[in-house]
Ligand binder design. Structure first.
Ligand code: HEC
Ligand code: HEC
Ligand code: HEC
Ligand code: HEC
Ligand code: HEC
Length: 380
């Protein structure tokens, strides 16, 4: 039974300092309670991937499989990012709502510092009840407040978006990709692109008036947002006929993401397709796929994101578009000179975290059509 295994795994999680989280009205609270006052922010966060990082069926199944195949040590690693407070509050039986909401308010706003001295970055939590954030002159009698430099920059994201296996295999490298980007050189943080500011109330006006303070978008949109994808990828195509050869040159450019596209787990890929149809009923299609792929200790391809953390997993290839990279792709097709052609270039974003079609999503980012007349022929 799924829960049986989870409980067994969690019993082995080293119990952190026991806090008042189990007590109603304690120092740490579930996000719903924060939402009583921070209503707008709670609404945005509820739509985020962070809010689903524990409860999602895909993750839970993966956690269960990891516990079964790899043992509790690996499953414990998963919770370190998907539900960090479970271990911190010693919720060994996963009974606290706080554990089930994954990356909730008190995960990010209890981070006091980030330790980057070890092989992997580590968030250091202060569970004393002070909420840390970007407002320098915040005042609240509901809880302690403290201005935090970490929250105003990319470091708040490093603990969960950068991870290497024991042998150095990079599994998540979004933060280090960002460090090498032009965006980072311009001083743009993760938040500048992912948590843009908007007009909303930091706290409900019935609690306190904080007029004129913009709020950071807590939905944190990423690869599932067409808007974000459109910002990231630019494409142009140049078709040319030379006798019976049709050449299509496509320039694909990662202009707008401050890291590789896609970044994160290998279940994400970008697919460029060029399809050609002729007036003589021939059709051709060719693809380029931008992704990274992993193999397990035996060399078999890994199709499930959760399995990348298994011992012995290795990076096999990486064809992703690095930040600011432009790649030129050449496609060649054999087309009779007497035929007219229509060419379609399409870029799609696919997220397939388990390798199973029913768990996959696919978005068409952009497409461009072009027609060319016959290169030569009896009538024009
Ligand atoms: C009873 C109302 C209330 C509740 C409940 C509440 N807050 Fe607050 N919070 C406030 C007020 C008031 C401020 C100050 C806003 C200001 O001065 O601009 C604030 C400020 C903050 C700040 C900004 C700190 C800074 O310096 O940038 C953070 C972060 C925060 N709260 C997080 C939380 C979290 C997390 C929870 C739930 C565990 C929570 N709050 C619950 C009222 C509340
Ligand atoms: C405590 C861990 C943690 C922290 C801190 C964290 N994230 Fe995440 N993030 C996750 C997890 C886990 C997921 C995957 C959730 C899922 O889909 O199961 C995720 C998903 C995302 C996504 C993917 C959304 C999508 O639909 O493609 C984006 C974008 C993102 N995070 C950005 C950020 C940014 C920006 C920061 C810093 C402000 C940040 N994260 C801080 C754990 C974290
Ligand atoms: C993934 C981490 C993360 C989660 C989860 C998260 N926050 Fe934040 N929050 C941030 C960051 C980072 C900032 C500051 C952004 C900046 O200034 O660049 C912030 C800012 C704030 C602020 C100050 C006002 C503002 O928008 O700048 C408040 C208040 C706040 N958060 C409350 C909450 C509450 C309440 C929740 C849960 C409903 C929550 N946060 C969930 C990371 C997070
Ligand atoms: C210059 C803007 C910019 C910066 C800076 C930036 N991102 Fe992104 N990010 C994007 C765009 C645009 C996308 C959508 C394209 C895509 O899906 O890769 C994206 C997608 C993502 C995704 C979804 C995975 C994917 O590729 O689909 C995650 C996770 C993410 N970003 C995390 C981060 C983190 C963490 C940081 C800081 C270390 C960061 N981003 C910095 C613009 C940015
Ligand atoms: C270092 C932090 C970290 C650790 C450790 C971690 N994950 Fe994740 N996981 C993420 C982030 C961040 C994302 C989403 C963004 C992305 O693709 O980069 C994610 C996404 C996933 C997804 C895709 C979820 C979906 O709904 O699309 C699965 C499945 C997953 N993780 C399973 C696991 C399993 C199983 C483990 C343990 C064996 C694990 N993760 C350990 C950070 C982590």
């Amino acid at each position: 039974m799924r829960h049986g295994i989870l409980v067994a795994v969690l019993l082995a999680v080293s119990a952190g300092p026991l806090s008042s989280a189990e007590m109603p009205g304690g120092i740490l609270n579930n996000s719903h309670t924060c939402g009583i006052c921070h209503r707008d922010i709670h609404r945005m966060w509820s739509d985020s991937a962070h809010a689903r990082s524990m409860e999602g069926a895909i993750f839970l199944t993966a956690l269960h499989d990891a516990a079964e195949k790899e043992g509790e040590k690996v499953a414990r690693i998963c919770l370190g990012c998907h539900a960090p407070l479970a271990a911190q509050i010693g919720d060994t039986k996963l009974e606290n709502r706080l554990s089930w909401e994954g990356v909730g308010c008190d995960v990010c706003h209890s981070v006091a510092s980030v330790d980057t001295s070890g092989a992997n970055p580590k968030m250091v939590f202060d569970l004393g009840g002070t909420k840390r954030g970007p407002i320098r002159d915040a005042e609240s009698n509901a809880h302690g407040v403290e201005y935090s430099e970490i929250h105003a920059g990319s470091l708040i994201c490093i603990g969960c978006h950068e991870y290497a296996a024991g042998d150095g295999t990079p599994i998540l490298s979004t933060y280090s990709e960002w460090q090498k980007s032009a965006a980072a050189a311009r001083g743009e943080s993760c938040q500048d692109c992912h948590m843009g500011r908007t007009e909303a109330n930091v706290v409900d006006p019935s609690v306190k008036r904080t007029a004129g303070t913009p709020v950071n978008l807590h939905e944190v949109p990423g690869g599932h947002s067409l808007n974000m994808l459109n910002r990231a990828i630019h494409v142009s195509m140049k078709p040319e006929r030379r006798g019976e050869e049709l050449r299509v040159e496509v320039r694909i450019n990662n202009k707008g993401a401050g890291h590789a596209v896609p970044t994160g787990m290998p279940g994400r890929r970008l697919i460029l397709t060029v399809s050609v149809k002729t007036t003589q009923n021939q059709s051709f299609e060719e693809k380029r796929i931008y992704t990274k792929s992993f193999v397990d200790a035996e060399g078999n391809p890994i199709e499930h994101d959760g399995e990348c953390f298994a011992e012995g997993a290795r990076l096999l290839s990486d064809t992703r578009l690095m930040s600011d990279e432009q790649r030129v792709e050449s496609f060649r097709f054999h087309v009779p000179t007497s035929a007219g052609v229509s060419i379609k270039t399409r870029v799609q974003y696919e997220h397939s975290p388990t390798g199973r079609p029913e768990d996959s999503t696919r978005l068409t980012v952009l497409s461009e059509d072009r027609s060319l007349k016959p290169a030569a022929g009896p009538e024009r």
